[in-house]
Design a protein around this ligand. Sequence first.
Ligand code: GLA
Length: 391
Amino acid sequence: MSMAGTADSPLDIVTKQFESIYKTSPTVFSRAPGRVEVLGNHTDYNEGVVLSAAIDREVWVAVSKSSSAECRLTSGIFPESVVISKIEPLKSRNRWANYPLGVYRTLLDRGYPVAPFNLAIHSTVPLGAGVSSSAALEVATALALCGLFGFEVDPAELAKICQSAENHFVGANCGLLDQFSSMFGRAGHLLFSDFRSLYHNAIPIAAGDVTLAITLSGVTHSLVAGEYNSRRRECFEAAKFFQAKNPEQKTLRDVSMAELKSAQAELDPQFFKRAMHVVGEDERVFSAIELLKSGSMKEFGALLYQSHESSIHNFENSCRELDILVDIAKSIAGVYGARLTGGGFGGATLTVLKTEAKDRFGETIVQEYKKRTGRNTTVHFARIADGASIV
Ligand code: GLA
């Protein structure tokens, strides 16, 4: 207990955990939140734009320098500790350790002055809920190592280092959205990110009276990674079609909706649909910013439903269960909008709702989903939170 009658803070928890394993005190702490994609689906790797939010579920990391040539890692969720002397990806047990190790390896490879360390992790980011617990762990580790070894890296560059660790060390393909959102999110705001220029900006949302609901479909598609990669490829193929005509057009970000529509007859129908989704999502993100500025939450919510429709018909990354979750959300008073969030092919939906509608939403969605699918759903309510920091 940190004070009589109060629960331990994340800082207390991670400190105790660190001290019980390493018998010494940590010297640097950092925290990084999970994230949710609000609008702009599969646009990040197409150099497009996204609205996202950091959420009030966080990974906390405590570190100290190691006196040996080995890194030692421990996690409150997987309580065994791991000792690492050779920095290579772990293949069997303790895979979670690959995220911090990947960040360490990437920093080393890029010449940053890092050395072996002791690290403890405490997390309140739900696992498998599509809110990027892995990106949060990477970002928290990266900040902690900067603090521990006393060097500075531009935060956008640090987010890219974390993405590279996930792509090349862990071996999971993802765009930059997850790490970027964890790094730059801001309480009471949606984060606008431009993945061409890496410009980002915080846009206020509904005077803070908004809650996000992340609703799990309970469907996990065994081929998610394969589907994600094949969609990526199809987007790149669509971009190549335009590039062949105009070398200036390198990605789908360079293609307007009008150009895309006028090329329909010549473009492979599958590539056309994928491009319709991505180009449409970029447009919806820009429209959403204007609507948020004028406080038009109902119209903003309508864009979320449109995004989901486009996922169903164009990108084909939805499934029956996600469609049902969106459909139920639509019928509940106080809901602004809902859509699948993240990669898709199962996973979760995001609902943006009035905070006062939380209980109604929670009860209705659980009951109705069970009735219509026979499945159970889990709802995580989240507030929009600040991005990562050294504590
Ligand atoms: C996953 C990836 C992100 C992004 C989304 C789709 O969450 O990790 O980089 O591509 O899918 O928008």
